[in-house]
Design a protein. Structure first.
Lengths: 154, 387
């Protein structure tokens, strides 16, 4: 071994067996997305903020939330960037394809921003405030990847 | 209010570099600890307890508190680890302050360190975020900061030249700091000509990754003045760790810094921060933050940060110099970075900043940034606080 070689933590072909629970609210969101291509958010009974993704507790008010509200599917670009530097995606262990559009989407009716890819085929149209709609995957499995990206419709 | 006032009585840093293959983590830590003990004229026997932190994922070592004992001097002493992402270093400082202020410990050694060269920084930062909702598109710190800058620029019509001016300032200041990593002046045009990483952030707008450690010794009020004639009194601390999910943030404004700074100003009776504070060591990982966040600190009105920076007010000879050390853009060993800001503010108060000393500093502010748009602040004073 040369003195500049990396120490590799070798896992072979093994997968990383994480099995995350998203809770009842998160599950409802993913089921609605998969089965009905609908975005379900949740509204705080105290401050009336509409949260996406939905979660059980409004952290600011520290109260439980259970009123679901359908938002989207269209929205506007709240903010965005275009990722141009190469980096290793820790989810896959390989380099993420760049460039890609990283969008924070304000779905109609929601108060928080939903993160997803933005189609950047025409970069000149990618602007804060631009109207967008989701492009759904043909086969949906109940993950955020059931949306392929958001595309600009202005 | 604690049981006793707290002062910083000694600081030490490594000569931060992109790679330190000549030392392992414990040895890197030991360099900073040794320098802090020499600075305070103490020995490790004088230390009552140790607070240490980094970000586990960067080195792939859990239980750094135990692993680091040979280097930290923690043998047979109480040692705890604090880790809060980018804010780790400033959280360490606030934690050390709490330990001394509680009256339970009189001399606490605070250590922040990182060897970013030992792993993939962007990958490690990404795993700090939610695996289901955040990680699909998140690409480490630069991606979130780029989204913040885009939102600010759209709201206030700021330009990439405005951002570049901040980078020019910090990189110039860095030339006067022998401990920092990047000591090379740049021009606005050079910043704009450097590769675009994530719109609008160019390579020269953003911090490097570094290997480095910082140690700070804090002491209770009854012994601080016996240790040094020029203690750096910690007047107040405040922090806000606000959001969990990235999409909850108010992009274009740093609400956490605004709220934490108002708490500090209220505690200390500060009405006009730009006039009353002598110097700021701002945890500013990229250039555009140097415009936005000084507005959130209340140094200037919303949308006026760029004009304030272009006026020279934040340069070394300006009304309120920011980052005399060169700041985070010149050097970023992440777990140490917030503590370096604290140590640099202490150097300014103690009159030990040598080539980057701002004259006659009575009050200094140091900040930390990290996590999901979180902020920590410490207010430092030459005079013992009367509250």
């Amino acid at each position: 071994m040369s003195d500049t070689e990396h120490v590799i933590i070798e896992s072979g072909a093994a997968r990383q067996p994480f099995n995350y629970a998203v809770g009842l609210h998160g599950s409802r969101f993913l089921q609605e997305l998969r089965d009905h291509r609908r975005f379900m958010a949740v509204k705080c009974p105290r401050c009336a903020k509409v949260y996406i993704p939905p979660r059980r507790v409004c952290g600011a008010c520290f109260v439980e939330m259970d009123e679901f509200v359908e938002v989207g599917p269209q929205g506007t670009i709240g903010t965005f960037t275009i990722l141009r530097y190469a980096f290793i995606d820790p989810e896959t262990g390989v380099q993420k394809p760049v460039p890609y559009g990283y969008g924070f989407i304000r779905l109609d009716g929601a108060d928080t921003l939903f993160q997803h890819y933005i189609d950047i085929q025409d970069e000149s149209r990618v602007k804060i405030g631009a109207r967008v709609e989701p492009v759904f995957a043909d086969e949906r499995k109940g993950t955020v990847k059931d949306i392929r990206c958001f595309r600009i419709i202005d | 209010m604690g049981k006793q006032r707290v002062a910083i009585v000694g600081t030490g840093q490594t000569f931060h570099k992109s790679h330190r293959p000549d030392v392992n983590g414990q040895e890197l830590i030991n360099e900073a600890v040794g320098r802090a003990l020499v600075d305070a004229d103490l020995t490790i026997r004088d230390i009552d307890a140790i607070v240490i932190g980094n970000m586990d994922h960067f080195e792939g070592i859990n239980y750094v508190d135990c692993w680091s004992v040979d280097g930290s001097g923690g043998f047979m002493k109480p040692v705890i680890k604090l880790t809060t992402g980018g804010t780790t270093g400033s959280t360490l400082a606030i934690g050390g302050y709490h330990m001394v202020a509680s009256g339970l410990f009189d001399r606490v050694l605070v250590i922040g360190w990182e060897k970013n060269s030992e792993s993939d920084t962007t990958g490690a930062i990404t795993t700090a975020f939610d695996p289901v909702w955040d990680r699909l598109v998140f690409a480490g710190a630069i991606s979130g900061l780029a989204a913040e800058a885009q939102a600010y620029m759209a709201r206030y019509s700021a330009t990439d030249r405005d951002g570049a001016r901040v980078s020019v300032r910090d990189r110039k200041h860095a030339c006067n700091n022998p401990y920092t990593q990047l000591r090379k002046e740049v021009t606005v045009d050079e910043v704009l000509a450097s590769p675009m990483l994530a719109d609008p952030i160019h390579l020269l707008d953003v911090c490097p990754r570094s290997d480095g450690a910082c140690a700070v010794i804090m002491a209770g009020e009854h012994i601080a003045e016996k240790i040094t004639a020029t203690p750096d009194w910690i007047w107040a601390t405040a922090n806000r760790h606000t959001y969990t999910y990235l999409g909850d943030a108010n992009f274009g404004r740093l609400d956490s810094l605004a709220a934490a700074s108002r708490e500090i100003y209220a505690k200390a009776g500060i009405r006009e921060p730009a006039k009353e504070i002598g110097v700021i060591e701002l945890y500013q990982p990229y250039s555009f933050a140097g415009i936005m966040w000084i507005e959130d600190l209340g140094l200037t009105g919303y949308g006026q940060g760029a004009e304030f920076v272009w006026s020279g007010a934040t340069d070394m000879d300006g009304e309120i110099p920011i980052n005399p050390s060169g700041g985070v853009i010149a050097c970023n060993p992440i777990g140490a970075t917030g503590l370096i800001r604290c140590a640099e503010a202490a150097l300014q108060i103690m009159g030990k900043a040598e080539g980057h000393q701002v004259p006659d500093v009575d009050l200094a502010l140091s900040t930390g940034f990290g996590g999901c748009f979180w902020s920590d602040i410490l207010l430092h004073g030459r005079r013992k606080p009367d509250f």
